[in-house]
Design a protein. Structure first.
Length: 153
C-alpha cells in the first residue's frame, strides 16, 4: 500500500509544481539556518516552478540586503537541508509571521572592567566641562566594554 503523499507529490511534479516537501523542509530549517534576526525579518513563502524560493521580508531594505547576501543564505540553508536547498532565492517585501510570543529577547548587560573604566577616564580627562567629561567617560566605558566582544549582540 502506497502513502497518498507520494502520489500527490508525483502528480504535482508532473504538472510542473515544485515538491511541497522541499518548502516544508526549508521552512523548518529557516530559523536555525539564518539566525533569529533574519528569521524575524524574512520568511520563506513559496517555490516557483523553476525551484526558486521566494522569501518575503518586512521591508524593501531587508529585501535588498538579503538579496546581496543570497549566496551566504543559500550556503547556510544547504548546511541544514542539503540537496533540498533551492537553486535561487528571491526576496521581496510581504507578510512575515509574527515572532513567537515565547521567543523573548533578553539583552545581556555590559560589564565594563576596571581597565575599561580607567581607560575611559583617561580619554575624557582633558575635557574641561565636568558634565560633558562625565558623559564622555560613561560613553567611552560602555564602548570599550562592547568592543571587548564578550557578549552576544
Amino acid at each position: 500500500m502506497e502513502r497518498i503523499d507520494g502520489s500527490v507529490r508525483r502528480a504535482l511534479r508532473g504538472s510542473g509544481v515544485p515538491d511541497a516537501g522541499v518548502l516544508a523542509a526549508v521552512t523548518r530549517a529557516w530559523p536555525q539556518a539564518v539566525g533569529p534576526a533574519i528569521a524575524r525579518a524574512a520568511w520563506p513563502q513559496r517555490l516557483a516552478r523553476d525551484g526558486t524560493l521566494h522569501v518575503t521580508t518586512v521591508s524593501s531594505t531587508w529585501a535588498f540586503e538579503l538579496g546581496r547576501m543570497e549566496e551566504d543564505v543559500r550556503a547556510k540553508l544547504h548546511a541544514e537541508v542539503g540537496d533540498a536547498t533551492p537553486p535561487a532565492l528571491r526576496f521581496a517585501p510581504g507578510p512575515v509571521p509574527a515572532p513567537d510570543a515565547s521567543e523573548e529577547i533578553v539583552a545581556t548587560p555590559l560589564r565594563p572592567t576596571a581597565e575599561d573604566a580607567s581607560e575611559a577616564a583617561s580619554l575624557a580627562a582633558s575635557i574641561d566641562d565636568p558634565e560633558l567629561r562625565e558623559a564622555v567617560r560613561r560613553a567611552a566605558t560602555a564602548s570599550l566594554a562592547r568592543a571587548r566582544g564578550d557578549r552576544e549582540v
